[in-house]
Design a protein around this ligand. Structure first.
Ligand SMILES: [Zn+2]
Length: 247
């Protein structure tokens, strides 16, 4: 199995190197790396496979491209420090570093390539430490998302912001932590994932944790033509869920 995984990693590396050449063209544009292509790479496996999803150069997905537009828009968060980036996406990091000035901190429960190993349900930081938090597509995998959001709210300074994007695929949130959507193989130390399927009531959950909740949709950030060009004219782009801590 190990040999197979190594071979798979090698194929992935080669594909990453070759992708910008294979997808050379000018039809779509990635606002993160500011490069154009004839299309975005597909994402997902078999049943969940979707076309026009991943930037061939920087790996940004639909949701990353949407949130980057918000982070760089006049209505986006003001610069300030420090900023905590949970389960950090490499493509989003440059903009967060820019907003944070010197104070950019990465964190994850199990990854080794981060500044801090933390459990978002019990964050080892004092109240009112951070100016901003970026925590995208994490909460669906956390056993108690309200506890996690309450912690993220606690460590924010008054007036601070948190981007708490999640996949919304149901009318109302369903908690199914006893039947996870993704169960790890025996020996895999990483926790099971998809313990919850979120619905359109997610802003109420943010409010329960103390946030002023704001939902920003693709139409707020780009024209119809731009949405096609940036590849965010699809439900996979989702929405930006912005939580603000009252002053
Ligand atoms: Zn890109």
């Amino acid at each position: 199995m190990r040999l197979f995984e190594q071979a798979e990693a090698k194929v992935r590396r080669l594909r990453r190197l070759a992708s910008p050449l294979i997808w050379a063209g000018g039809t779509v544009h990635c606002p993160l790396c500011e490069r154009s292509f004839r299309g975005f790479r597909p994402a997902g496996k078999r049943r969940t496979r979707r076309a026009n999803a991943v930037c061939p150069y920087c790996g940004a997905r639909e949701r990353d491209r949407l949130t980057h537009l918000f982070l760089t828009s006049p209505d986006g968060p003001a610069p300030g420090s420090p900023i905590l980036h949970v389960a950090p996406e490499a493509c989003i990091a440059p903009r967060l570093r820019e907003l944070a000035g010197g104070g950019y901190v990465t964190a994850d429960l199990v990854r080794a390539d981060v500044d801090e190993r933390i459990d978002v349900m019990a964050i080892p930081h004092a109240d009112a430490t951070f100016h901003g938090v970026y925590c995208s597509h994490v909460l669906q995998d956390v056993p108690d998302d309200i506890a996690a959001m309450s912690e993220l709210h606690r460590i924010l300074k008054p007036g601070g912001w948190a981007i708490l994007n999640i996949p919304v695929t149901a009318p109302v949130t369903v908690d199914h932590r006893d039947v996870p959507g993704r169960v790890r193989r025996p020996g895999d130390r990483r926790p099971d994932e998809h313990l919850r399927t979120y619905g359109r009531d997610f802003p109420q959950r943010m409010a329960t944790a103390g946030f002023d909740a704001h939902v920003i949709v693709p139409e707020d950030l780009a024209t119809a033509q731009e949405r096609i060009r940036f590849g965010i004219d699809t439900t996979a782009a989702g929405s930006v869920y912005l939580g603000v801590k009252s002053q």
